[in-house]
Design a protein around this ligand. Structure first.
Ligand code: SF4
Length: 199
């Protein structure tokens, strides 16, 4: 049976796709660890539909928040993401989106207005202080990805109450202080993540 929802602490994480717009060198998907988080095997044999995801959630108010995360980029399934987030909000739950910040670039339109009222907080992988370091670690499939992440971060606070940029401390060439300064300049919060810690 595939794992669509998995609790960690008082949060419930949702694994709605295994597709990504990045091929990060540090991603467990691309290392020997395989697609595992906290002993949960997140291998998907099919991409779950809205009803299946809702059934896996149960009562969203049992958790501090429900987080779209997993080993894929949730905004690649924007329609499903919006439908499930809307369902969670209607039932009084809180929604966080963990994203690579490339949803607007991939979907070829600004997706942020569509997330207003559906997403309470967003955590965006900034990952680097410049395009060179970003491209080296994240290996984006689309040109202009790093710039697109910055645009996404700068615009997100207009639509989403809490916006946080993240970067991983310990990755070669990543200047974590510079990443934090950049996040502040963009008007968002910053969270330092640790290498090899997911979830
Ligand atoms: S964006 Fe996340 S899931 Fe996708 S390759 Fe990078 S680390 Fe892995």
């Amino acid at each position: 049976m595939q794992r669509i929802a998995y609790p960690i602490g008082n949060r419930l994480y949702l694994n709605i796709t295994d597709r990504c717009t990045l091929v990060c060198g540090f991603c467990p998907k691309n290392t020997d660890q395989g697609p595992k988080v906290h002993d949960y095997d997140l291998t998907l044999d099919h991409r779950p539909e809205v009803e299946e995801i809702i059934a896996a959630i149960g009562d969203p108010t049992d958790y501090e928040e429900v987080v779209f995360c997993g080993f894929g980029e949730p905004t690649l399934r924007l329609k499903v993401l919006k439908a499930v987030a809307g369902w969670i909000k209607e039932r009084g739950g809180r929604v966080r989106l963990n994203t690579d910040g490339l949803g607007s670039l991939v979907n070829k339109r600004n997706i942020l207005p569509e997330l207003e009222g559906l997403v309470d907080s967003v955590s965006v992988s900034l990952n680097a202080q410049d395009a060179g370091v970003y491209d080296r670690h994240c290996r984006p499939q689309l040109r202009g990805s790093w710039r697109a992440v910055l645009d996404f971060l700068a615009e997100a606070p207009q639509y989403i109450p809490r916006v946080t940029a993240t970067a991983i401390d310990g990755l070669e060439g990543v200047d974590i202080e510079a990443c934090e300064r950049l996040a502040r300049e963009l008007g968002v919060e910053f969270r330092r993540r640790e290498l090899d810690k997911v979830g």
